[in-house]
Design a protein around this ligand. Structure first.
Ligand SMILES: [Ca+2]
Length: 521
């Protein structure tokens, strides 16, 4: 059976929240290992309060105070971009003792650029750390429109890329002012939107970070965000709202059909891109009191296939088989009605249709296709974060680790694989790319890094070792724990396209019994 955390309704509704919290989760998992201090014994040059006097262009330092709860120096600053009167809020945390000599930028989730709470993990490990709201508060997409209902390009740009760069510049400058030394190394860590922000830094501001950890990145933003409305568009066009129980039945059937293909029957499809299970097998079967119909099968087939134009050409990747479908194909009430994913709905309302009162139930497949094209034209270059040219980042010695769960219910891993392949084409063959950028795929893991598969650990250590010691991550470890926190399964993860294959003997819960293999396709 699939992990029940994956199928719980409440968990899914909380996914945006999970994404927001993601960067904190990564760091808490890594908190055991103390980092080597790069400037042993270094102490601040000035009292924390003096940092309000630091002068930076277009920047107001609003406050600089010792936080009595943990003893750090906490600074808040606001950056603006004249002639716009935007306000990019920035939070910086500086350890008063035991600064490890490094800076860490932290990412956000959904439309939220980041949060002050994400500093806790890194500062506790001795980093000077920063985060930003990227110019607007909260997780709604409403910032995209100004008070006259027109696109607010400054706030869109702040959210798409400028805010994280501003935070990085301010964070490094305050670090230098506080300790009298610039950070020797800088890292960016984030998942979902944070993962997108990390790759955006590598693409647009390659000097900002030496190392980037980009988890389940929200790249290809202008494609996958509108694509996430597709399940609702299909159900609306077919007037066939498929209840959660049927979606779950199809997911369970796909997992059952494709799970053993990787050599281990463990409720995980290691490579869902090779699973072609067709839900027509369920037609006529009972799901609770209900009977699975041909129309239900058609909806689910189209969800897995992903959006297609009216004349059936490819628009974007669908959800992988095994990923929960309910986040995007959510329904409610009696009779059932569709309930679109909030980020997707906001994107259509505020960015594409530009009408906060837009009634999504007026959508047709033809209109969907038209808005899809508009999305690429208006926002592709700004929000897409899909530029494969990482030459400047590579040449300055930058390293990036990307990882993505293969049962991600919000961002199909296929889009990340597609981007990575494009990086390989652009930057030279796979060997050249692997010298600075590596992708790890985590089977059976969702957007919150839960699920039937084991969760990758040690990302922060891996990127630091790569940047500072030149040791590229040749393997990551993934762990699965029970509800008491006991490790019940370990697996190795190898850099894409290599896969972990069971040797055929020994426990399938022990990483030692898996070997590196090249995929057969
Ligand atoms: Ca399996």
């Amino acid at each position: 059976m699939k992990d029940n955390t994956l199928t719980s309704y409440l968990q899914i509704r909380r996914t945006i929240f999970v994404a927001t919290l993601f960067s904190t989760i990564v760091l808490l998992r890594a908190a055991e290992t103390p980092l080597k201090p790069l400037f042993p014994g270094i102490t601040p040059l000035c009292p924390c309060e003096d940092l309000v006097k630091v002068s930076l262009q277009n920047t107001t330092i609003e406050s600089a105070k010792i936080d009595p709860s943990n003893g750090w120096c906490r600074v808040t600053a606001v950056v603006t971009h004249p002639p716009a009167d935007d306000k990019v809020k920035i939070w910086i945390g500086l350890p008063v003792t035991n600064w490890n000599g490094r800076f860490q930028g932290n990412g956000g989730g959904g439309f939220s650029g980041g949060s002050a709470s994400s500093l806790r993990g890194p500062v506790a490990r001795g980093f000077a750390a920063g985060a930003t709201d990227t110019g607007h508060e909260g997780g709604s997409g409403s910032f995209a429109l100004d008070e006259n209902g027109r696109l607010n390009w400054q706030l869109i740009i702040d959210n798409a890329y400028l805010g994280i760069h501003d935070m990085t510049v301010v964070g490094k400058a305050l670090t230098q002012a506080f300790y009298g030394k610039a950070p020797r190394y800088s890292y960016f860590v984030g998942g979902s939107t944070g993962g997108r922000q990390g790759l955006m830094e590598a693409q647009r501001y390659p000097d900002d970070y030496d190392g980037i950890v980009s988890a389940c990145p929200a790249i290809n933003f202008h494609r996958f965000v509108p694509a996430s409305l597709w399940p609702q568009v299909i159900m609306l066009a077919m007037t066939n709202w498929v209840p959660k129980a049927k979606l779950d039945a199809a997911t369970a059937a796909a997992v059952k059909a494709c799970d053993p293909a990787d050599g281990v029957t463990d409720s995980v499809i290691d490579d869902p891109l090779r699973c072609s299970y067709d839900p027509k097998a369920l037609v006529g079967t009972k799901v609770g009191e209900d009977t699975f119909t041909e129309a239900d099968a058609e909806v689910i087939r189209k969800i897995w296939q992903g959006p297609r134009t009216v004349d059936e050409s490819f628009m974007w990747h669908g959800l992988e088989r095994g990923a929960d479908m309910f986040a995007f194909a959510d329904t409610t009430g009696s009779p059932l009605k569709g309930r679109p994913f909030s980020i997707s709905l906001d994107y259509f309302k505020y960015f594409l249709v530009q009408d906060p009162k837009w009634d999504w139930t007026t959508m047709t497949p033809a209109r969907f296709e038209q808005l899809w094209k508009q999305s690429a034209e208006q926002f592709g270059a700004i929000f897409g974060t899909d530029n494969p040219d990482l030459t400047r980042f590579r040449d300055r010695g930058g390293k990036v680790i990307i990882y993505h769960g293969m049962a991600d219910q919000l961002i199909p891993a296929a889009g990340t694989i597609d981007y990575y392949k494009r990086v390989q084409q652009q930057m030279g063959e796979s060997k050249k790319t692997s010298q600075f950028a590596r992708l790890f795929l985590a089977p059976g893991i969702d957007h919150g890094f839960r699920g039937a598969g084991p969760t990758p650990i040690g990302l922060s250590e891996a990127i630091i070792r790569w940047v500072e010691e030149g040791k590229a991550p040749d393997k990551l470890t993934a762990e699965r724990k029970d509800s008491n926190g006991k490790i019940t399964r370990t697996r190795p993860l190898f850099p894409y396209p290599q896969i972990a294959k069971y040797k055929g003997t020994g426990s399938t819960d022990d990483a030692a019994n898996f070997v590196r293999k090249a995929p057969t396709h």
